[in-house]
Design a protein around this ligand. Structure first.
Ligand code: AMP
Length: 560
């Protein structure tokens, strides 16, 4: 039995009732592997070095123990935990997740990052907080101003340590760790473990528990031979992208795996609304309801089963052709387990994974662990879909021609050929047949944008970008764009991802607000929305890029 099969529940992990309750109401059915392994030692107060990428559930793995240890504290209290994250986006996500998990405990969680007016952060800090989640630059700022006191901090978490170092935050991290009390718990999560991360771990972690999410290599023979592909799409486009992929793949029967009960319910509703025959299956259903759902799938009155891992455990459907991961699974074992449901007995099986840009790394981890390639494909375009639908109509007509049972319709043909050419009549009949089987094409009028894996990898991922599905959209200069000059260039090792990282980490912009980036030997020019240009300049002046202070100003020069 692999770790993924152990029936550990959140209650088994001895977490406080309020936390178990909050997780249940979020629809989490069981801990992910990283949570199962990390939570017990963290509850004991051990230091921890975890190799895990986004998508593994690492946030809850460190946030739940922090919340478990939380006591009610009065007004004006200084934080007991500090989480450092590389970007504003991640700091916000971690802070929101921690806030949700700690809802019933009244946990006070404060995100601090550049770009947000500092006044609000100051007021909140004064009022008292329990957990601060911030980018290193802004955290150092607050420490230097004396507005963030670390004297009560019992735990420091470094999230995505490799990314923080890549963005030039090494010195800030060192300074923050030096400023925190020596008697503390230190937790470090990183998707990769380059020597620089290892060095920080050796300096600042004491006898840490080590956890690696791809510990075991799955013997290649064990993994089924299944066609495996992935689509990188931003969250808001996922339902539409799934619809497209399902239309083109036309599965006989498929299981779509989701993370939570809520996701299962909402996706089932969306799919049914779009005309698919989908059934929900999750741990919240009674045995009777489950039996009904399975009956519909086996009886082929449903062709999509939307399920959580827990609910699908032990489920066996003979005619299953496709497994769809609506999210990247939280561990390679879960992936292997899921796709093992198709491709049996020599039949073709297909595994499809939708990954958000941030989860791209987890795909790589799974590829490494399974030793099998997951091909990143482009979400089918409107044209692909139309071609596929035409093909289906052609096949249907061809079958009808072979069957040769249409004599009774000859009266209609005879009546029409008095007035029209036979070819015209045939074309009109094809149109009707096409529309009757595929429906009007209204919803598919627009193409779904392909997402970059994540801003900082999109530039270096040359081969992936060429393969398709991974390129950063080419940006046109917009009339409302301003250019910011940064006095660092290739000579200083500056890469586009450093620029994107610094801007998203320290200002209110997200990767998609950033336009073209040109890097020459000595300087870089980056396009940002005019309205945010001053903010970006101010933010970049305060921070370090590639560990250095750079000249930053609005570029007034002519467009080259
Ligand atoms: P993370 O790797 O921390 O970014 O988490 C990835 C996603 O998994 C987030 O959307 C979480 O809400 C979700 N998640 C984390 N733990 C669980 C769990 N035990 N069950 C279901 N979903 C989870």
């Amino acid at each position: 039995m692999t770790a993924a099969d152990e029936p550990t529940t959140f209650a088994d992990l001895a977490l406080r009732e309020e936390l178990v309750g909050a997780l249940a109401s979020l629809g989490y059915e069981e801990p992910t592997p990283i949570q199962r392994e990390a939570i017990p030692p963290l509850l004991e107060g051990r230091d921890l070095l975890g190799q895990a990428a986004t998508g593994t559930g690492k946030t809850a793995a460190f946030a739940l123990p922090l919340l478990h240890a939380l006591e009610k504290r009065g007004r004006g209290s200084a934080p007991v935990a500090l989480v450092l994250a590389p970007t504003r986006e991640l700091a916000m996500q971690v802070s929101e997740a921690t806030h949700k998990y700690g809802r019933d405990l009244g946990a006070r969680v404060l995100p601090v990052y550049g770009g947000q007016p500092i006044g609000r952060q100051l007021r909140e800090l004064e009022r008292g907080v329990d957990i601060v989640v911030g980018t290193p630059g802004r955290v150092i700022d607050h420490i230097n101003r004396g507005t963030l006191k670390l004297s009560e901090v019992r735990t420091v978490v470094l999230d995505e340590a490799d990314e923080m170092l890549d963005m030039g935050f090494a010195e800030d991290i060192e300074a923050i760790l030096e400023a925190a009390p020596g008697e503390r718990q230190t937790v470090l999560f990183s998707a990769t473990m380059p020597p620089r991360v290892d060095k920080i771990a050796r300096r600042h972690l004491r006898n840490p528990v080590r956890i690696e999410i791809q510990r075991e290599q799955t013997p290649t023979g064990e993994a089924p031979q299944v066609r495996q592909s992935a689509y990188v799409v931003a969250r808001p486009h996922k339902p539409a992208a799934l619809g497209r992929v399902l239309d083109v793949e036309a599965p006989e029967a498929a299981i779509v795996f989701c993370r939570t009960r809520e996701e299962v319910d909402s996706l089932t509703e969306t799919l049914n609304g779009r005309g698919y025959r989908a059934e929900a299956l999750h741990g919240g259903l009674s045995q009777e309801q489950r039996d009904k759902v399975m009956g519909r799938l086996r009886g082929r009155t449903a062709d999509l089963l939307v399920a959580t891992d827990v609910a699908a455990r032990g489920l066996d459907v003979d005619h299953l052709t496709h497994v769809v991961n609506y999210n990247v699974p939280s561990a390679p074992e879960a992936y292997v387990h899921r796709i093992g449901r198709v491709g049996r007995a020599g039949r073709e099986g297909v595994a499809i994974t939708l990954a958000e840009p941030r989860e791209h790394r987890m795909l790589k981890t799974i590829e490494r662990a399974t030793g099998q390639k997951i091909v990143v494909e482009k979400v089918p375009t409107v044209a692909d879909l139309q071609a596929r639908r035409m093909e289906l109509t052609r096949v249907a007509l061809h079958e009808a021609l072979i069957e040769d049972q249409f004599e009774s319709y000859r009266v209609v043909l005879d009546a029409l050929t008095d007035e029209y050419d036979v070819v015209q009549v045939a074309l009109a009949a094809i149109k009707l047949a096409h529309e009757a089987t595929t429906g009007p094409a209204g919803e598919d009028a627009e193409d779904i944008p392909t997402a970059a894996p994540r801003p900082e990898t999109s530039y270096s991922d040359g081969p992936a970008a060429k393969r398709g599905g991974a390129e950063r959209p080419v940006r046109k200069s917009r009339p409302d764009a301003a250019r910011v000059f940064i006095g660092l260039g290739r000579a200083a090792g500056l890469r586009p991802q450093d620029v994107v990282g610094a801007i998203t980490g320290e200002s209110s912009l997200s990767g998609r607000d950033i336009g073209s980036i040109e890097i020459s030997d000595r300087f870089a020019l980056v396009e940002v929305p005019s309205a945010a240009a001053d903010e970006v300049v101010q933010a970049l002046r305060k921070t370090k890029i590639k560990g250095r202070k750079a000249t930053v100003r609005l570029d007034q020069g002519p467009t080259r």
